[in-house]
Design a protein around this ligand. Structure first.
Ligand SMILES: [Zn+2]
Length: 296
């Protein structure tokens, strides 16, 4: 059995190629529990989850990374967000009237993948728009690395509706002062070896077994496990700040019309409820006083 909710980095000795392996279990099931996803959408969600976990480990940063695919059909929205602390959350929207293909493109020709890197602490965000050919997330992200980072990168993603897994290979830039001759063939050789991997192996094999199976003629150095988990960062404090942002008049108006203010977090299914008295209190007291009523 593979380790659960874990990411491992690894290095192929005597080459400039490094890799990552990720397996997501409880994290994937937490996402799955949030909506009644049809199997093809669920698999796509799992692939996006695995890709996001791999990318977060690749692009060293402190803030958050968000992948968003929109403008497509029958899957109209896919959002996956990871933070530097190892937490992940995501969701998908789809047209419930549409016929979903079991295999192949669920986004259609008009979808666009936007990758946003937010370094946090008020620093400038970076946004990259990646074309999404034939709905293939792995190919689109490989294209991103080719264009934006100029690093040869490959991703292999798998999801069977129970767990999600992924593997990433990347060739690091060669140091100018390096005396060792470059193994010109290494990237192509490792790419071809990894292409022999099937989805079942990626999902079922422990990382040591998988790397031995793929690269038994190479020297592989496996680095320590890093935990990956699902955690939504919504909170009563954030919801209350949003209600304050509406202003007292509009907030009270909603309470009059609807009997209260109901906020549902689509990422984790938490529900926050504020009745007339809560709303009155929110606008009477200083912002530091909160009345958490969130239920997870
Ligand atoms: Zn939430």
């Amino acid at each position: 059995m593979p380790e659960k909710d874990t990411l491992h980095r690894f290095l192929i000795e005597d080459t400039a190629v490094r890799g990552e392996w990720v397996h997501l279990d409880a994290t994937f099931r937490a996402l799955r529990a949030n909506a009644d996803y049809p199997p093809p959408v669920l698999r796509l969600l799992g692939q996006a989850l695995a890709a996001t976990a791999l990318l977060t480990a690749t692009l060293k940063f402190e803030g958050s990374l968000t992948l968003q695919v929109s403008g497509g059909h029958p899957v109209t929205l896919l959002v996956m967000q990871a933070r530097a602390n190892g937490s992940l959350r995501g969701l998908a929207h789809w047209d419930s009237e549409a016929e979903l293909p079991e295999q192949g493109d669920l986004f259609g020709p008009d979808a666009q993948l936007v990758m946003t890197l937010d370094p946090g602490q008020g620093r400038e965000r970076y946004q990259g728009i990646v074309p999404l050919e034939s709905g293939d997330l792995a190919k689109a992200l490989e294209g991103y690395f080719r264009q934006s980072e100029q690093l040869p990168t490959r991703l292999w993603l798998a999801c069977d509706g129970q767990a999600a897994a992924g593997l990433l290979l990347q060739e690091m830039p060669r140091r100018e002062d390096s005396a060792a001759p470059r193994d010109e063939d290494a990237w192509r050789r490792l790419e071809a070896l990894t292409d022999t991997l099937d989805e079942r192996e990626l999902l079922d094999l422990p990382v040591e077994t998988l790397l031995r199976r793929l690269y038994h003629e190479e020297g592989v150095r496996l680095l320590e496990a890093e935990p990956v988990r699902f955690q939504c960062d919504c909170s009563a404090e954030r919801v209350e700040a949003m209600i304050r942002g509406l202003g007292a008049e509009e907030a009270r108006d909603i309470v009059r019309r609807e009997g209260g203010i109901e906020v549902h977090c689509e990422f984790c299914n938490a529900r926050y409820h504020y009745d007339a008295i809560d709303v009155d209190t929110l606008f009477r007291e200083p912002a530091s006083v909160t009345h958490p009523k969130g239920e997870h």
